[in-house]
Design a binder for this molecule. Structure first.
Ligand code: PLP
Length: 434
């Protein structure tokens, strides 16, 4: 029987890219930690360092363009009808039809799979494209889901508005409570869904605990790793089956692209998700893939600087009059600081805090900043602030907001690349104005 060529791009794309088939560097685990005080030896499962791999990806360099070109083609000229027939039944051929695969997109996917320590990645047109495809792959009519209570709003809405239409029930658990995952799984639980750190409460899920609960009933575990990025946390190392990203955020890193990704520990889950994705169609365009790949090259550097600034800002806010509480995993006062140290290599650049003045003070604060910008989204070079109760979590009911831990005065901050002193001065002034 004839076997279709898997991932052999030669013959389909220009000779400049020939040889770009997946070549990984085998070798022992590299130990790397970015920030003082964070988890000890990390276990990046490849021989080269994270910065090297963010720049080069997993491929050996070949003669040709240094940067993968943008393959702005929706379709590929085929050599024969036989070849077309082979591709039609293949999973994710990289040069057949762009919703199925595209060499520019594939280059990004391979770099992401490498950084997360996964078998394969699927890049999508948004974070929700990846999340919806992965969730819909993991559940069937009548199944049960266990999910963290603090999630990105549209993810919560999948569990509370979309899945109930198919008789799928979700139990939400407080990820801070030890044993909560184990207690909530049932024999019919098919999916355990976590987001850690969670948006915007910064609640941390113990990944090992969630995975062990899922495994005890044979459920799939999916983890949204958007806030941490693979620089600070690689959930697959803890046994998670699929890692999700809004690549709109840190992976792209410049607030100029909307994209997403799912990275799977095993090829088999990737194949199943790709099959659902192919039908739903949230494809990433090659231009956007190019931008995310470019952003990825500086991800470790951006993360390092932004996280350091976030730590300084969090420490300032913690001592500032008018601030009730600061949620930042890098603070010793953060209730889950020890857990964050255990499973993360750095604490990231997201934080949230509550103002004493409640809803009005929260709104006034975000309208009073000058260096920071009032905007949704996160993970870019500009510091962004938003008031969760009236903005990102506004679509939820009061009860849902309460369960999610969204208090009236909660302000979310995505710390950018500005100087820490400028941000501290800006926040000090805006708190006075609030
Ligand atoms: N997951 C998290 C944690 C997010 O913050 C977001 C967006 O803010 C998403 C997923 C959705 O990503 P996108 O807007 O790229 O669809």
């Amino acid at each position: 029987m004839y076997t279709p060529p898997l991932f052999d791009l030669s013959g389909f794309i220009s000779s400049s890219l020939q040889g770009c088939a997946v070549l990984r560097f085998p070798g022992p685990k590299k130990l790397e930690t970015y920030f003082a005080g964070a988890r000890g030896p990390a276990s990046v499962g490849k021989s080269r360092g994270t910065r090297t791999r963010a720049v080069h990806g997993p491929r050996r360099r070949k003669p040709g363009p240094l940067v993968t070109p943008i393959f702005a083609s929706s379709t590929w000229a085929l050599a024969s009808a036989r070849e077309g027939a082979d591709f039609a039944v293949e999973t994710a051929p990289p040069a057949y039809y762009t919703r199925w695969g595209n060499p520019t997109v594939r280059e990004l996917e391979d770099a992401l799979a490498d950084l997360e320590g996964g078998a394969r990645a699927l890049a999508t047109g948004s974070g929700m494209g990846a999340i919806a495809s992965a969730i819909l792959t993991s559940v069937d009519r009548g199944d049960h889901v266990v999910a963290g209570s603090s999630l990105y709003t549209a993810t919560t809405e999948i569990f509370t508005r979309l899945l109930p239409r198919f008789g799928i029930e979700t139990t939400f658990v407080d990820p801070r409570r030890r044993g909560a995952w184990k207690e909530s799984v049932r024999l019919d639980t098919r999916l355990v869904y976590v987001e850690t750190p969670a948006n915007p409460t910064m609640m941390i899920t113990d990944l090992s605990e969630a995975v062990s609960a899922a495994k005890s009933v044979g459920a799939t575990t999916l983890a949204d790793n958007t806030f941490a990025s693979p620089v600070n946390q690689r959930p697959i190392e803890f046994g998670v089956d699929g890692v999700l990203h809004s690549a709109t955020k840190y992976l792209g890193g410049h607030s100029d692209v909307v994209a997403g990704a799912v990275i799977t520990a095993k090829r088999s889950l990737f194949d199943r998700i790709w099959f659902v994705y192919k039908m739903l169609g949230p494809a990433l365009g090659p231009f956007e893939a190019f931008l995310v790949r470019r952003g990825l090259k500086t991800l470790p550097l951006r993360m390092e600087v932004q996280s350091r600034t976030a730590q300084s800002l969090a420490e300032f806010l913690e001592d500032r009059r008018g601030v009730r509480v600061v949620h930042y995993p890098g603070l010793r006062s953060f209730p889950q600081h020890a857990l964050a140290r255990k499973q993360m290599d750095g604490f990231g650049a997201m934080l949230s805090f509550e103002l004493n003045g409640g809803y009005r003070a929260g709104k006034r604060f975000v309208e009073s900043v000058d260096v920071a910008t009032l905007a949704v989204s996160l993970g870019g070079t500009e510091t962004l602030v938003q008031h969760a109760a009236s903005m990102t979590h506004g679509p939820l009911t009061d009860q849902e907001r309460r369960v999610s831990g969204i208090t009236e005065g909660l302000v979310r901050v995505s710390v950018g690349l500005e100087d820490a002193d400028d941000l501290i001065e800006d926040f000090d002034r805006a708190i006075r104005a609030a």
